[in-house]
Every structure is written in structure tokens, then in C-alpha cells.
Design a protein around this ligand. Structure first.
Ligand SMILES: Nc1nc2c(ncn2[C@@H]2O[C@H](COP(=O)(O)OP(=O)(O)OP(=O)(O)O)[C@@H](O)[C@H]2O)c(=O)[nH]1
Ligand SMILES: [Mg+2]
Ligand SMILES: [Mg+2]
Length: 305
């Protein structure tokens, strides 16, 4: 027998199951190799917990330098982050709140979400990759300088069983932006305006309390810290709101993802935005004058020319 024909015959023999029924090669591969699927782990997240996904830029210290971000805050770069955060919330409808500051964004999924059967790897990888690709897509809308290299973000999932835990998590992130921003504002004023070296500025600020740094900013630079832009001091909270827009004589309702820069540590925020924790109060909406302001803010720079 010719060698090739012999080979075919052997393969046919091997591809015949116990009952002598010929199997095609694909199903043979399935039966033989399928067991490897059982090595995959069931990573479904337990029910009835808040799912928080946080993404954070990889080595953004370097990324910010290479792309000449303004110090300590680059408004446009923060808006690229916000645009990416909004894109993630547009894609994943079960996210009830986003919170961004510096090079990080947190996303809170509804407690009862069934998105992707609550599979952790699916949720985490979709959110992280959607955030990264949206960051790159949004970049030219806000930044003059082209991207020098592809930024990437890590992602983690943290589960919080109670509303109090969730609020504490978000308070922790907002307290972090406050501490960092106050320090960085004072540090860069000392370096860029008083001509101190980085080391001298560090020494000047070592051991100082918040009140000392506020005082330094006021006395030496005439800055009232509380008057700095709220986005720098509080970060950005993304919420889903029903906007009431004036259309001629009529008011029209429309769902939108709205960036706000409020304090979320105090109880007032949670009383005002009751829908986040699932206690929706009818009539919670953004008044139309504020809508137009928010829309204008969003669209001002976001339109592609
Ligand atoms: N100049 C400037 N830098 C920023 C701004 N936002 C973020 N950064 C930089 O991004 C860094 C973010 O901090 P981290 O996430 O802790 O550090 P990282 O360098 O990204 O390192 P890894 O996250 O561990 O990979 C800050 O320390 C800043 O250097 C900004 O608006 N302006
Ligand atoms: Mg980082
Ligand atoms: Mg960070």
C-alpha cells in the first residue's frame, strides 16, 4: 500500500469508536481533549454583594512626564480619564456609579447584577479593556500631543457586602485624592514658583498637617485651597441621571451619564442621590439649567473637529 493511503487507513481506524461508527476528526479531537475544559474554574461572584472594579494606569508617573501633563493636575488628561469612564458606563448598563481620580477609576455594579453571569474574569477583563481602548480613542479629543506609546491599566475586583462598606470604600478613595492633591499643590507651588528643589520642597512639607499646608498656600501664594477646581479636590463621580431638557415649549427626559465633583463622604450626598443604593425616589432629576451646563461642559471639548 502506498504510504499516504496507509496513513489514511490508520487514521480512519483510530477515528472509529467502540461501535465501529466513524468519527470525524473534529469530534475525535473533542472527545480526546475536551477534559481540559474541566480545569477552568467557576469564578461566579456570590450573589447580593456590591461588585467594585478599579482600574489604575501602569506607571503613570512616567506616562505623565512623557506626555507633559500639567503639574499637579492636568485638566485635559483628567477629562480623557472621564471620557473613558463614561464609555465604560455606556457599555455596561449595570454600573450605577463611577469614581475617578488621578490615573484610576472605580466602577460599582448593581448588587443584583446578572451581567455575564457575574463571572469575575469576564467582568474584570471587559471593563479593563474597554477602559483602556476608550482612553486611547478619547485621547485626541482632549490632548494636543499625540500618544507616544500605548497606555495600559491594571484591574481588580473587590466585593463589599454592605452599603456601609461600599460607602467607606468610596470615602477612602476620595480621602486619598484630598490628601494627595493638597500635598501636590503645595509641593509644585514651592518648586515651580518659589524655586525650591524637589528635595527642599519635600523637606519643607515633611511632618506638616493639612491645616499647615492650607496655611502655607494661603500665606505664601495667596491661594484658598477650597477655591481650587472641585474636580482636582474631589475627583469625578459619574452618575446616571434623567436629564430634563427644554425642547421648545416642552421638557423632554433623557438618560445621561453625568459627571459631578461633590463630597461623597458626608451623608448629604447619599440623601441627594438615593438611586445609587437602590432607593430610587421618583422625581430625582437634574434641573434643566444644570443639564445644559453639564452638557455644554461635556461637549465643549469633546466634539471632534
Ligand atoms: N503631572 C500629572 N501627573 C499625574 C496626573 N494624574 C496622575 N499623574 C501621575 O500618575 C501617578 C499615579 O500614581 P500611581 O498610580 O500610584 O503610580 P504609577 O506611576 O501609575 O505606578 P503603578 O500604578 O504602580 O504602575 C501620579 O503619581 C502622577 O505622577 C496629572 O493630572 N498630572
Ligand atoms: Mg498607576
Ligand atoms: Mg493610581
Amino acid at each position: 500500500m502506498h504510504f499516504r493511503a496507509f496513513n489514511r487507513a490508520v487514521l480512519k481506524l483510530l477515528a472509529t469508536n467502540k461501535n465501529g461508527i466513524a468519527l470525524d476528526r473534529r469530534s475525535m479531537a473533542c472527545s480526546r481533549y475536551e477534559y481540559v475544559k474541566s480545569y477552568e474554574q467557576d469564578d461566579r461572584i456570590l450573589p447580593n454583594v456590591w461588585i467594585v472594579i478599579r482600574v489604575d494606569g501602569k506607571k503613570f508617573h512616567k506616562f505623565a512626564n512623557v506626555h507633559k501633563f500639567e503639574k499637579p493636575n492636568d485638566e485635559n488628561a483628567l477629562n480623557v480619564m472621564n471620557a473613558a469612564g463614561i464609555a465604560v458606563m455606556q457599555e455596561f448598563r449595570d454600573i450605577v456609579l463611577g469614581y475617578g481620580q488621578s490615573d484610576e477609576y472605580s466602577f460599582v455594579f448593581r448588587k443584583d447584577t446578572t451581567a455575564f453571569k457575574r463571572r469575575a474574569a469576564k467582568l474584570l477583563s471587559y471593563v479593563t479593556s474597554m477602559f483602556s481602548s476608550s482612553y486611547v480613542l478619547s485621547w485626541p479629543q482632549w490632548m494636543q500631543q499625540p500618544l507616544s506609546y500605548a497606555p495600559c491599566f491594571d484591574g481588580r475586583i473587590v466585593l463589599y457586602p454592605s452599603d456601609e462598606n461600599l460607602r467607606d470604600y468610596l470615602s477612602w478613595r476620595q480621602a486619598d485624592v484630598h490628601v494627595n492633591n493638597l500635598y501636590n499643590t503645595a509641593f509644585w507651588k514651592l518648586v515651580l514658583e518659589s524655586g525650591l528643589t524637589n528635595q527642599q520642597a519635600e523637606e519643607r512639607l515633611r511632618g506638616t498637617l493639612s491645616a499647615d499646608k492650607n496655611e502655607l498656600l494661603f500665606q505664601q501664594f495667596g491661594i484658598n485651597y477650597n477655591n481650587l477646581p472641585a474636580m482636582y479636590r474631589k475627583g469625578t463621580i459619574l452618575l446616571r441621571k434623567r436629564l430634563l431638557l427644554q425642547d421648545g415649549e416642552q421638557e423632554k427626559g433623557r438618560q445621561a451619564i453625568v459627571p459631578i465633583h461633590e463630597d461623597l463622604i458626608g451623608a448629604a450626598f447619599w440623601q441627594k442621590h438615593t438611586e445609587i443604593l437602590g432607593k430610587y425616589v421618583p422625581g430625582t432629576h437634574v434641573p434643566s439649567h444644570l443639564c445644559r451646563q453639564l452638557e455644554a461642559q461635556l461637549q465643549e471639548k469633546a466634539t471632534i473637529s
